[in-house]
Ligand binder design. Structure first.
Ligand code: ADP
Ligand code: MG
Ligand code: MG
Ligand code: MG
Ligand code: MG
Length: 440
């Protein structure tokens, strides 16, 4: 074990009784992959990289390609509250020759953050990661008593899961994330836990770890957590709303805030929003990245009376039926994304769209204050969101903004793997098809 630097990971291991480090990366489909490295070897592995065969993960690599190397970011160490002898480290992927793997989601986000920095801007985000607690098979919600048709904020059902919620929230407190509320959400079995916004990369690493933590602590309690966009057709799905604001490079002044502006937002804020609306259909390929995602957006009404997810490319004030909501001065909420969205690619695509809006001074058009569910805008007023994944992938490919901002290499890799997933889905013959077509 190296004793060289007091800041080395081995020194941190000694100080905090860490025995193993997870060197973790998030692949193109948002799956987290890790190697577990003993403290005795961590300094050498951190310096030389942990080797992975890229083809074995959801990356556009061939089995014949050389290894990729994962270099952990020691600044973002999360000790596992439920296994304190283990610490999780997000890693960046490189080729063996030292070149960055351009398609790696965390590097894609870092590049977009750099583009913002070159414009003197710093984006801060907060995410709301809804999830269900299910039985271990994943087939039904775990609490048979959780049956209200309007289960949101259900106090009784929330407290039946106190042991799980408290353990997760205590962990966020110990990690210094500033969690401030936990609740039962709009579907039976569904919960949400909120922590304080921060720089986009900080929030992305926290979101990745949050998903791992929620699944792990649920398993410890004999349950199964899912962030799947729409696990049950009749219930509200799992959103991943993103709140965002743009700050000066020091991070001290919120450049979206303007007391003189419409609803307390600056011209820069509306340009950023204009960019998000301009690229919205393409953004769906990232914000709604699975076949199942399209059963959450554009969905029929659920048991609770509302899906809480958008159908159109539109924005509103403090109104939850549009794609973008303005909850208060100084920030927007993108309600489009779901629980399958990659924690790194989602902010990367959102920021890229917004920066394009600033660069081109894009006009977001009018705000709509209608109830989109009961009182939709006349057809043709605003664009409809893509109805299925292939539609969104085509929009992404044709986008003049996102492929270029996120990188050619990423775009090629992402579209290739997503098309494979779509083709796999298309080859599947469902019960519904047989039932409706057998007697044709
Ligand atoms: P709601 O349910 O009303 O949509 P939540 O309280 O669940 O909102 O989540 C709000 C999220 O927005 C939190 O992560 C919060 O820290 C974040 N947030 C608040 N202000 C800002 C801001 N200026 N920029 C980015 N995120 C913000
Ligand atoms: Mg091996
Ligand atoms: Mg919320
Ligand atoms: Mg919610
Ligand atoms: Mg929200």
């Amino acid at each position: 074990m190296s004793n060289s630097s007091p800041n080395s990971l081995s020194a941190i291991a000694r100080a905090r009784n860490i025995r193993y480090f997870m060197i973790s990366f998030t692949d193109l489909f948002g799956v987290q992959r890790a190697k577990l490295v003993p403290a005795e070897s961590i300094d050498a592995i951190a310096a030389n990289g942990a080797g992975f065969a890229g083809f074995a993960a959801w990356l556009d690599q061939s089995p014949a390609d050389p290894d990729i190397l994962a270099f952990p970011d020691a600044e973002r160490l999360f000790q596992l509250s439920w296994r304190p002898d283990v610490a999780w480290l997000p890693a960046d992927l490189h080729h063996v020759d030292g070149q960055p793997l351009e398609q790696a989601p965390r590097l894609v986000l870092k590049r977009v953050i750099q583009q913002a920095a070159e414009m003197g801007l710093r984006v801060k985000t907060g995410v709301e990661c809804e999830y269900f607690l299910l039985s271990p098979s994943g087939e039904e919600i775990s609490d048979a008593g959780d049956r209200q048709s309007k289960p949101c904020y259900d106090q009784q059902a929330l407290m039946r899961r106190y042991d799980v919620i408290r353990e997760i929230c205590d962990s966020m407190i110990a990690l210094g994330w500033g969690p401030y509320q936990n609740d039962h959400e709009d579907a039976n079995g569904q919960f949400e836990m909120n922590w304080t916004y921060d720089d986009a990369l900080v929030t992305a690493d926290r979101q990745a770890f949050f998903k791992y933590m929620v699944k792990s602590i649920a398993e410890k309690h004999g349950l199964r957590a899912t962030f799947m966009p729409k696990p049950f057709a009749h219930l509200t799905g799992n959103g991943c709303h993103v709140h965002f604001s743009v700050w000066d490079s020091a991070g001290d002044t919120n450049l979206f805030a303007d007391p003189e502006g419409e609803l307390g937002l600056s011209p820069l804020a509306y340009q950023f929003l204009g960019g998000v609306l301009h690229s919205a259909e393409a953004l769906c390929a990232i914000a709604n990245p699975t076949v199942n995602s399209y059963k959450r957006i554009n969905a029929p009404v659920t048991n609770s009376g509302a899906t809480w997810s958008p159908n159109t490319v539109s924005y509103s004030g403090n109104n939850r039926t549009h794609m973008v909501r303005i909850p208060e001065p100084g920030r927007f909420e993108l309600r489009l994304a779901d629980g399958a969205a990659n924690p790194y690619l989602l902010p990367a695509a959102l920021i890229a769209a917004g920066l394009d809006g600033i660069a081109h001074k894009r006009d977001p058009g009018p705000r709509y204050d209608n109830n989109s569910y009961t009182d939709p805008l006349p057809p043709g007023t605003v664009p409809q969101l893509p109805l299925y994944l292939l539609d969104a992938l085509r929009r992404f490919e044709a986008s003049p903004v996102l492929p270029q901002a996120l990188g050619e290499s990423f775009t090629q890799a992402y579209l290739k793997l997503q098309r494979q997933a779509w083709n796999e889905y298309s080859a599947h013959i469902s019960t519904w098809e047989r039932e409706t077509t057998l007697d044709c």
